[in-house]
Structures are given as structure tokens and as C-alpha cells.
Design a protein around this ligand. Sequence first.
Ligand SMILES: [Zn+2]
Length: 253
Amino acid sequence: MNQPVSPFHIIGNIYYVGASDIASYLIVTRHGDILLDGGFVETAPQIEANIRTLGFKLSDVKILLNSHEHLDHAGGLAELKRLTHARLVAMAQEVRTLESGKSFPAVTPDRIIHDGSTVTLGGVTLTAHLTPGHTPGCTTWTMLTKDNGKPYHVVFVGSASVLPNYKLIDRPGSPATYPGIEADYEKTFRVLKSLPCDVFLGAHGSFYSLVQKREAMSKHPAQNPFIDPAGYQAYVAHTEAAFQAELRRERQG
Ligand SMILES: [Zn+2]
């Protein structure tokens, strides 16, 4: 999931600069660029090379954003921050993990945000939606982009998957992964269902069938497969079903 792949233009002002599955996005504005997600430590050099390959400058990256505080999305942030001197914007609930240096190089946010906060650069605004559960600070970013004069709602899903080692229910001797995790996931599915989505993107390419869509786009450049509202609804539905199944399993067990 961390193999080098060529970067490409997704839609409007949004470019894919990540690895084979570990996603990273460059959002280009007239006053500099926004980079969403830093990948693993080992992904950072790929992201840097991808930005250059597309003809953009690392020094034009002014803002760094993060989907969530796991090592496959936040691991490269320290290196990318050092290289670009961009300001890191982070959700309050993830700051401790980002700064701890426990599972990836420590990185200090320059701005701490909350559910509903916005980040604006060069006329482009992204909104942070706290979608916790997968991690306490997991963030789904949304923005509007224009392509061929048409506006599109873009959703970058943080993640809503339940990892195999997670415990959703708090029991004596078997504590929940963190207090309130079950209610957090429920909030997340409510939020994800409420977001208008034309263009479906996320922290992992596998969420939105990146490989297949990319291939489809190279075969039929006139149709943009990343415009996929039905795919978004299906993702939210099957991820919620997986969460509910896990919850039932824990209740029975
Ligand atoms: Zn994760």
C-alpha cells in the first residue's frame, strides 16, 4: 500500500500525490498549496517527488493537514513540515498523539482546530468535520472545487473502519480502545451521511477504488470516475454495517 505511483490530476484544483494506497492530496490555490496527509515516514520522499513531478514547488506548500493520527497518515508530517515550512493544522483531539513521538516522529501543530473549523488559502476553504472512532481526532475534510466551470462537493473521508484489535464496548477487564469510542463511531456515521458528496476521496485509496478509477480515467478521459456520489453512499453504508456487525459480535461475546 506504500508503493511509489505517479501523481496525477484528480479534478479541479486537486492532485493525487500519495503512494499506491496511502493517499496524499495537493490542493492548489493562487496563494500557495495545501497538502493533506503525510503518509508513513517512508512516504514523505514519495510525496515530495510527486509534487515536483507535477511541476509544483515544495516551497509553495503553505498548509499541512492530516486525516488522522495514525502512523500511515501522520508519520511523514514532521519531515514534510521541515522541508516546506508549512503550518500544520490539527484537530484538538489528535494533538497529544502528534506531539508524543510514540509511533512516528513527533510534530507540533501551528494551529489547533475543532469540529467545524475552516482552513482558507487563496480563495479555497476546507471544512474540518470531526469523525472520531477510528481515532479520537479523525477528521473528514470537505471543500468545493470547480472543474470545467461546474462546482463539485469533495469529501476526503478520514476513516471509519474498526481495526481488528479494537474494543468498542467497555467491560471490566476488557476496556474499550478509548472511552466513548462506540458513541464516537455513531456520531461519525451520522456526520458522513449528512455530507453532500460528488467527489469521493479518502485517506486510503481502497476506500474509493483508487486503482480502478485511475485506470478508468486513463481509458476514458472525458468521464471523471472520481465523481461518484453513489460510491460514497455505498462506502458509508458498508462501513457502518461492518461497525454494527462488530458491535453485535462484542455484545454476544
Ligand atoms: Zn488509521
